[in-house]
Ligand binder design. Structure first.
Ligand SMILES: CC(C)(COP(=O)(O)OP(=O)(O)OC[C@H]1O[C@@H](n2cnc3c(N)ncnc32)[C@H](O)[C@@H]1OP(=O)(O)O)[C@@H](O)C(=O)NCCC(=O)NCCS
Length: 173
């Protein structure tokens, strides 16, 4: 079941429903999706995914839901929230590949970041992305994230080393 916590024009962000474990288990076992994520080498059977969603649902993580159809599309949320320094990290994935490149990720992340600045009083939000994820980097740049560092050859995937890109956005940006 979904609730309109943050409203966009194409999607909204809802508290995570652990009953969505079956569809999330399908996505998290789809290498087309996880080749961009740290979860690629992990094993996520249904029960483990349900437990993961249950934990995520009690923190600042939100299901991305299509406004028109109320279908779940993926998840985004904050990690490493530090209220003293007003910093956090964000993560996002859209599991339904039919929705990639249509603006849903950008809108969902914009809603999340705005909520972080306006409601959680964050000042600086960062993210990590593997350098071959051109779609994600383009999406993040369009929102206003800027690269502040590159960790060279820090990801070993499919027999090749890849850079990891670190991006940030501040409240004033
Ligand atoms: C990364 C992700 C969240 C982005 O969401 P999205 O809805 O696909 O992104 P958007 O449509 O908002 O923006 C994508 C941008 O990249 C462009 N783009 C699309 N496909 C691209 C490609 N193959 N290469 C480069 N740019 C591409 C789009 O044109 C768009 O730019 P524009 O607004 O200037 O036209 C989503 O694609 C996803 O979940 N991917 C799989 C998992 C993942 O990579 N997660 C992020 C890990 S850091």
């Amino acid at each position: 079941m979904y609730f309109k916590k943050m409203m966009g024009e194409m999607c909204y962000l809802s508290p995570v429903d652990p009953d969505d474990a079956p569809v999330f288990t399908r996505w998290i076992n789809d290498y087309d999706v996880t080749r961009y994520l740290t979860e690629a080498p992990s094993c996520y059977p249904l029960q483990a995914e349900r437990e993961a969603l249950d934990k995520l649902s009690r923190e600042h993580n939100y299901c991305i839901v299509d406004l028109e159809t109320d279908a779940p599309l993926g998840i985004c949320g904050f990690m490493n929230l530090n209220h003293l320094n007003q910093t956090a990290e964000v993560g996002i994935f859209i599991g339904d590949k039919d929705y990639w490149g249509k603006g849903y990720g950008g809108e969902a992340l914009s809603l999340l970041v705005r909520y972080g600045f306006d409601v959680l009083n964050l000042h600086n939000v960062m993210l990590q992305v593997v350098a071959y994820n051109d779609r994600a980097i383009r999406c993040y740049e369009r929102i206003g994230f800027r690269t502040f560092g590159v960790r060279r050859e820090a990801v070993l995937r499919e027999g090749k080393r890849h850079d990891k890109v670190y991006m940030e956005i501040t409240r004033s940006d």
